[in-house]
Design a protein. Structure first.
Length: 159
């Protein structure tokens, strides 16, 4: 095994350890399965109160409950789903572009953390991040993988 393999293994072990610690904390606090954020997402940011075809929000929606995925993607005419991870460098580089799509287009943007929502990542065949899936009328229409420019994302949602 090369030194690169060893350092990658060490990094994976460290990531797993942090995840286990977060899970333990959530279990101890009784918040496992809930969004444990500070509420910055807003109570209505999931789009649960909106009707199908409603105007899209100007900010990306952070998915807090995987059970709400289908309702969010069906509530807007177009939804760009950003499958991402906190540890993903290209995902972080794309954040301003993703926010711009939410702000400047008619599409809603739904951010799905693949570490928190592994079932959804598996359901949609996400093998690498970032992966973006465009939903039209509640159905997946297009998929792109890897870092994309703001212009490319805007072209994708405007087709």
């Amino acid at each position: 095994m090369s030194d690169m393999d060893g350092s990658a293994d060490d990094e994976l072990a460290e990531i797993r350890q942090r995840k286990r610690q977060r899970l333990r904390e959530k279990v101890e606090q009784g918040t496992l399965g809930e969004d444990a954020s500070d509420g910055a997402d807003g109570a209505d940011s999931s789009g649960a109160d909106r009707q199908e075809g409603s105007p899209a929000p100007d900010e990306p929606i952070e998915l807090d409950d995987p059970g709400r995925f289908d309702s969010v993607v069906s509530q807007y005419d177009a939804v760009l789903v950003d499958f991402h991870a906190e540890w993903c460098g290209p995902c972080k580089m794309m954040e301003p572009a993703v926010k711009s799509v939410a702000r400047d287009t008619d599409a809603a943007v739904l951010k799905v953390d693949i570490d928190r929502h592994q079932g959804l990542a598996g359901k949609f065949g996400v093998r690498s991040v970032p992966t973006l899936v465009l939903f039209r009328d509640g159905e997946p229409a297009q998929r792109v993988m890897g870092a994309q420019s703001e212009a490319a994302l805007k072209r994708l949602v405007s087709r």
